[in-house]
Every structure is written in C-alpha cells, then in structure tokens.
Design a protein around this ligand. Structure first.
Ligand code: HEM
Length: 525
C-alpha cells in the first residue's frame, strides 16, 4: 500500500495531517527563539528599540543599504538581532552624541567577536580591547606614539613620503603616457608612514616585498572582520564545527605575529646591542613591556594591528579620492585654480598652505563624508543597562554608528547624494576640533568614530591626507581610461572598504611638475 493509499482512509489522513501540523508547531516553537526577535523590557516598561521581526545570521555585503532602509522604517534608534546578539543602530547625530559621547562611560567597550577578537587578535590590540584598565593602558601607549610632540617629529617624514608617492605615480605612468593602477603606491605611502610611527623603518623601494605582504594582511583582515558578515559570530554552536573562515583567521593571526614579530625582534636586537634606535611605538612598548606587563603577543598585536589599521584606512581613502576625480572635472578645475592662485606653479603646497586653500580643504571633508572607509565605524559595546528616550538598551548590546545614514542626513547635508565641497567652504576646523563642537549638527562628519574610542590617529591621518590630496591636485589632470569605467558604488572589503581595482591616466598639468618631483630621491634605508 502506498502513502497515497493510506491517506485515502479518512481517519488515518486526518490523524496524520493533525500530527504533521502539531509537529510543525512544535518545531516552530523550538525554533522561534533562533528565528524571531526577542523583546526585552526594563523595570519601567521601556522596550528595546524597534526593528525587523526576524533574526539575521549575517548581513550581506553593502549592509549600509539595509541599515539605511531600516533607519527610514524604524527610526533613528533601531535594533536588529544577529543570532544571539542584540545590535542597536544609531542614525541621528544627537543620539550619537547623547549615547557615545555624553554616556561614554557605558557605551565604549567592544564585543568579543569570535572571528576578529578571539581567532585573529587573540583578544589583544587596542581596537579589540574591552573598556577598562587594559583599554586605558593601550590608549595611553598609542597616545605616546601619536601625541602632538611625536607628530611634530613625523612631520618631515610625512612630507617626504607624500613627495615619493607623487614621484612614483609620475614615473610609473611615464609622465602621463600610460594608465596605472595606483593602489600599490598609495598603499606604500600609508605603510611607510605607519612603519615609521610603529617601527622606525620604511620600505626601501616600490618593489620591497614587505609592501605586498603588509597590504595583503590588511585586506585579509578587512575581508574577515565585518561587524555582521560572519555567521560564526552570532551562532555559537558553529564555533565547534570546522570552518574555512576560521582556518583563514588562524592563518592571519600566525602571519601577523610572524611578519610584525620579526621586525620587533630586529628592533630589540639593536636596543640590546646599544645601537641608537628611533622613537616609535615599538620602542615605547619594549621600554615599558615589563612595567605594563605586556607579553610577546601583546607587543606584536599592539604594533601590528595599529599599523594595519592606519594603512588600510589612509590608502583606502586616497584610492577613493583618485577614483572620484575623473568624474568631477569641474571640482578639479576649481581646486586647481585655487592652487595656482594661492601657491603658484614654482613650488607645491605644504602643510602651511592649508589655511589658505579652503576649497581643497572642503573637497577633503566632502570626500570623507561621501566615501567614508568604515560605514559602521567600529561597533561599541555597552557595559551597563541604559534607558534613553523611553527605550531600553541592555548591557552587552553592540552599538553601531550608521555612518551611511548619518552622512546622508538631508537637514545637515542638503542634497546629500551630490558630491558638493561647497557645503564645507566656511568650515575652518580640523576634524579633531569639529568632533568636539557642542552643537553636533555642526560637526563635519563621523568618519573617525565618536566618543572615547574616537580614532587616535586622526591628526596623523589629516596631515597625511592633506599632503597627498593637495599635491595630487597640484600635479595632475585625472582622466578615466576609455572603456574602463570606475565604480564609485561597488567596493572591496566588508569592515573597511576600498574601491574595486581601477586604472587611471595621470597627466602632469604643466612642465614644471617634473622639476619639483626630481628635487628629491627615494632613499634606500
Ligand atoms: C582616513 C583615515 C582613518 C580613518 C577614516 C579612521 C577611522 C577610524 C574609526 C572609525 C575608528 C573607530 C572609532 C570608534 O570606535 O568610535 C578608528 C579607530 C582607531 N584608529 Fe583610525 N582611522 C584612520 C586612520 C588611522 C591612523 C593613521 C591611525 C594610526 C596612526 C589610526 C589608529 C586607530 C586606532 C589605534 C583605533 C582604535 C581606537 C580604540 O579602539 O580606542 N587610525 N579609526
């Protein structure tokens, strides 16, 4: 007798149908905690912020688009359940200030992500450290390498590296005769600055193998550590099963320790031999290793991940700048008119010219708004229950700054989808100064995060970007290669983003460009 025949008996059929329905209900009952959102309410009856009804295992690439749509549907403070983890997403400037800045004592920790923090970083490195004494110690050590006096010491190096970058682009493109992919060179620029700050060294030429290794490590880190791209972060049971991503994560950890560890060994050997070593982060770490109770892996991760972060962010945004220019000839022309008028063509812009070049400054701010490398900054984490505007944010909630929506706020930035530097023309503040403004609606943008975890490399990044952007504009015309469109929408990376690989024609603006570039040689160190 076949199954169909059995179902033909009315009682058996009805019984089986009821059983199937009951089974379905039972399965739904047990699965609902993993599928449906959980409502949490505090003693006063405040509920967690509203959000999508189902839980998510991961969010796909371009998650900022989903976040923007949810912000429009659920409001400036909404929540998403990613498996077992509650996320609260901030999409309004005042809310960002109230929570991350004013209540920074509660909103400044980090989630111990499985992939990023546990597998790759072994819970070390400043970006991963939970709020408290360890983070304070890490931040103090980072500030020793980045304080204004230290920055003054790096000023000459940054100027020189910007020179070498423009010179490399000029030579590699055979003075504008052939199109180039600039990423290797912008990567080397950012890497050399970070190597000087962290290890007191630089790569000796554009063919130094360390460039490929360091840029590869940074890219792998950005691909593996998206704040919502790994199912394994949100469904703990998966952490006990074999996984390709974890294998990649373990390999990344080993390569980070190996690559940066061998540089630290070399540095330490010099110190032991009594040779003179430059001031840098590694010197500070080694000198304070015992008093600060840092083990070997701490030193490797603190210096290696610090370097990696500063490389990827700076080179990424330079790549966005170069990618954007061919489709904005009117903006280039206006900036170049300003440069010709203020600086002239006998010399090129320096840091001292910044205050007199408001349009170039405005382009940089607009670039940081429109092409932010981190649309979700780095998520913060709460260390206490908190109620705000009648909504409940429990302890151990991941807090995300939705920079995409913040940067497209129609009141703050009218016509927000248009690249329009004019909106910053009268903004005379640095990004660090702007972040401290009492009226948060006047803050330039949120690209460097907010509150106690705000990027400590901000002054270094601003200086690097000014030198490169003003000199690129002074030196070249930027033209797309025929039949090779440059996408400003798609990107690589899930935590930090860089444009898809592209080539461009960099054409020297006038004869004298070469003379300025030839006035310095790359130094093999
Ligand atoms: C365009 C360049 C850069 C951008 C857009 C950028 C952006 C960010 C963002 C969004 C954060 C997270 C802030 C938060 O949690 O609220 C961050 C953290 C950090 N950045 Fe940057 N950054 C840049 C360059 C640099 C550079 C050049 C350095 C080092 C010299 C650096 C060092 C760090 C460190 C150490 C942290 C971790 C801070 C902490 O967790 O306390 N960054 N950055």
């Amino acid at each position: 007798m076949s199954a169909v025949d059995i179902l033909a008996f009315p009682f058996v059929g009805a019984f089986l149908k009821t059983s199937a329905a009951s089974l379905l209900l039972l399965v739904a009952y047990f699965l609902s905690p993993v599928i449906l959102r959980r409502l949490i309410v505090d003693k006063e009856g405040n509920r967690i912020p509203p959000g999508p009804p189902t839980r998510y295992a991961f969010l796909r690439k371009y998650a900022e688009r989903a976040l923007d749509a949810w912000a429009k549907q659920y409001g400036d403070l909404f929540s998403i359940w990613m498996g077992s983890q509650l996320f609260v997403v901030i999409s309004d400037p005042q809310v960002a200030k109230d929570l991350l800045v004013t209540n920074g004592a509660i909103f400044s920790s980090r989630k111990r992500y499985y992939m990023k923090n546990q597998v790759i970083l072994h819970n070390r490195a400043i970006t991963a450290s939970v709020y408290g004494n360890t983070w304070r110690q890490h931040r103090k050590l980072a500030n020793l390498a980045l304080n204004p006096k230290a920055m003054q010491g790096y000023a000459g190096v940054m100027d020189y590296e910007a020179h070498m970058l423009i010179k490399s682009l000029y030579e590699e493109s055979q003075h504008g005769k052939r199109p180039i992919n600039t990423s290797h060179f912008t990567g080397r620029f950012a890497l050399n600055n970070m190597l000087i700050m962290s290890f007191g060294i630089r790569t000796s030429s554009n063919t130094d193998p360390l460039i490929g290794t360091a840029l590869g490590l940074a890219m792998e880190f950005m691909e593996l550590t998206g704040p919502w791209s790994n199912v394994i972060d949100f469904f703990e049971v998966l952490q006990y099963l074999p996984s390709n991503k974890r294998t990649r994560g373990n390999r990344l950890n080993a390569t980070l320790v190996d690559t940066y560890g061998s540089m630290i060994v070399e540095f330490k050997d010099k110190m032991i031999r009594g040779e003179e070593v430059p001031d840098c982060l590694v010197k500070t770490l080694l000198e304070n290793q015992e008093s600060e109770k840092l083990d070997w892996e701490d030193v490797c991760m603190l210096s290696g991940v610090f370097t990696l972060g500063g490389v990827h962010s700076v080179s990424g945004i330079i790549q966005w700048f170069i990618a954007m220019l061919p489709s904005h000839p009117d903006i280039c022309a206006r900036a170049q008119e300003e440069l010709d008028r203020v600086v002239g063509r006998d010399r090129w812009p320096t840091i001292e010219d910044e205050a007199n070049l408001p349009y170039v400054r405005a382009i940089i701010k607009e670039l940081q708004r429109v092409h932010t490398p981190f649309w979700f900054a780095t998520p913060h984490y709460t260390t206490e229950d908190f109620s705000y505007r009648g909504q409940f944010i429990p302890k151990d909630t991941a807090i995300v700054m939705n920079c995409y929506t913040l940067h497209h706020n129609e009141i703050r930035y009218p016509d927000p989808y248009t690249f329009n530097p004019d909106r910053y023309l009268s903004d005379k503040l640095s990004c660090s100064e702007s972040a401290k403004l009492p009226n948060v609606m006047e803050r330039d943008h949120w690209a460097f995060g907010a509150g106690r975890r705000i990027c400590p490399g901000l002054p270094a990044a601003e200086r690097e970007l000014w030198l490169v952007f003003s000199r690129l504009l002074w030196s070249f015309k930027f033209e797309a290669v025929p039949d090779e469109p440059i996408s400003l929408e798609e990107y690589d990376g899930v935590s930090g983003r860089t444009p898809k690989p592209f080539r461009i024609n960099l054409i020297p603006r006038f004869e004298g460009v070469g003379d300025i570039l030839d006035s310095a040689e790359d130094l093999p160190l």
